[in-house]
Ligand binder design. Sequence first.
Ligand code: 26W
Length: 823
Amino acid sequence: MADAADATIGGALMSDDVLKSMPEELHRHLLYTLSCDKLTEDPTYYYQASALAVRDRISQAWRATKQAVSTSDTKRVHYLSLEFLLGRSLNNAIQNLDLDAAVKDGLHKFGMHLEEVVEAEHDAGLGNGGLGRLAACFLDSCANLKLPVTGYGIRYEYGMFHQKIESGRQVEAPDHWLRDGNLWEIERPEDTRKVHLYGHTERYYDQDGQLRSRWANAQNLLAVPYDMPIPGYKNNTVNTLRLWKAAATDEFDLNEFNAGSYPEAVSEKNNAEQISMVLYPNDSSENGKQLRLKQQYFLTSASLQDVLADWVDRHGEDFSKFGELNCFQLNDTHPACAVPELMRLLIDEHKLEWDEAWSIVTSCMAYTNHTLLPEALERWSVGLFSQMLPRLLEIIFEINERLLKAVAAANPGDNELLKRISLIEEGDHPHIRMAYLSIVGSFSVNGVAQLHTDLLKEGLFSDFYKLWPEKFNNKTNGVTQRRWLSHCNPKLKGLISDAIGTTWESDLESISDLAPLAEDAEFRQRWAAVKLANKQRFSDYVKENTGVEFSTNAMFDVQVKRIHEYKRQLLNVLHVIHLYNRIVAGDTQGMVPRCVLIGGKAAPGYHLAKVIVKLVNNVAEVVNNDDRAKDLLKMVFFPNYRVSAMEIICPGTELSEQISTAGKEASGTGNMKFMMNGALTIGTLDGANIEIREKAGAENFFLFGLDAHEVAETKKAYNPNEIIAGDEDIRRIMEVLEQGTFNRDEPGLFEVLTSGLRNSHDQWVTIADLRSYIDAQAVVNDTYRDQEKWNRMSILNAANSGWFSSDRTIQQYADEIWKVKPV
Ligand code: 26W
């Protein structure tokens, strides 16, 4: 048997040796590592054996990558994020290490199929949605580009909740993703860090007679790191995602032990462990919970200490080059405590002076904003902060004082300006504005699509933009084509690679070579055949999860994302009701059969979002059970939407719904996944849709609705009732909704929704966009009738998706923000 440790990833040596040795390796793991008595048929064991065999092969490159980085002394990047939505790892690792044939073949020898075996892996659902999945795509691209980037996050015991649908309503169940263990992580107890909470600050004179501040009487807890490998694509690079688990210190319980209260001591331990217990399932409104602030501080303090400890190992107490050789990218404001915490560590622990420390902090922190929604901007109560993080609060006050002094000097007499930019929002309950803290403490502030960045500059952050225009920049999001095309759509991958080679897998711009093939009738036919096969898989999956039959003759129309008013799933439902009304009225001339799927989780405390879920289910129930609609219209709410569901939904989708109120969706990334897989988009001029339309060509995009500035104008004198009264189709839609067609047994159930639509203060101006949306959907319908045309447009969308690779995004972060080179 070849020694696994000798194999080179993606090297020439590999394939033959691996093919031969894989069955033996699987066998060895089944027998010795997993101790299976006789050869089992349980796919879970084969999943574990495969993961172990693949992990063996990752180890060497992982060690080599660490070695290369630690000896090179190049600049390093630390990506701090409360969320990493990785999904499954086995298939990804197999693909990136080029082990596909070997593992498939190895499993065959045991009568097992890889497709079945990978299903045994739980999704690592350590994120809510866009921001968390973006972090995962970024790690993949950093490894692909061989960049020295480490991810830092929290090892939540429970990830994003499991969504069940009972009587049409969302019910949350815990996601204990670690219950069968996690073969992808390695605990590193030797790198455990100590984190402080509570206590108070005190003044003292150090040996040099200097007056200093320190954090006294704090409670300590431990941060224990678990490392996960992030393999690059066939390039011998394996980067690291380091996730922290909270644990109690031993010292903690001593007093209580001595007092004989063993159970109390153990419950203290539990208290500490709470911190990494559960991911907050909120992605659009901050709720000021203590535990969440603890999580944020826990992550930032442990990660910064980790980086500093490594620095001191290599450079001693000389920090003169620390700022130049490190960069911390803050994924939204969630890790914003990094600004005052790095100040604290440098000043209190490493005895630097304020100015020196501040110049280091502001040369190595960079902040990405992911949302314009005011209710999602984090503000922490000063009271809570002073209790939990007293020393940090002191530092924040000092940062603020210096900021206000400098701004006042440059803008004498402008007290309004000072109030507006203060890090502290004054009032009965003063709050710290975490976004402002992040801007002030960073050398770079970026938005995630061009429109979003422009709106940040002219709106939310305009005062800061005037102060420091040079800090602001745009980095349009991207997604990794390795997961979101190669892995999830093997048939399309095959077709594309047959036609233009495989360069696109590591350099997506080259997918543009497909464009001329849009004119090739035979290629179009093969393209359509792949879509059809993917629709079949999609349809089987829908049947399995909902019991509803989606006919592959119909157009597959999909909206999957978190449920939120601004994303306007409601607009989608209004259109479905419109189609249903036409069917009932017999007005079906030229109507193409459609299957509409909506999926996504509602934050557990977001009542309106939950009512929207219920509405989708109720409309689906009526439509799917009406014989008149049988051949023309189906609708489902897909339960428990997650990364591994998208891997099946995305390849089979034909129409991608990106219909948010313009100016509200920072970027969107689902829109990019669909485009790569040849879906056409119906969308507003919002977030990255604008760039998608530019790249795809306006003629290959179904545009509707008001743009961001028109939305603002419309709101000044918005009269939805007038629009409703003046438009026969819209009047009908509202009528059936308000008559209770979809809530016979529960009168008034959807009143909150209909009254919202009719409200002149409706923030999402849904009714204002409805006519335009219905008309655009009619154009979609007519285009679909011409399948040659549709397929041409589909190919052109995929061919023009090169810009939306996260490799491009990360290359821009590396060149323009981080200034790092591959190792
Ligand atoms: C404090 C509660 C909370 C938690 C998470 C507020 C806000 C968030 C995230 C910033 C929400 C989020 O995921 N934003 C999404 O980020 C994606 C990646 O940049 C964008 O593509 C989406 O448009 C944006 O909604």
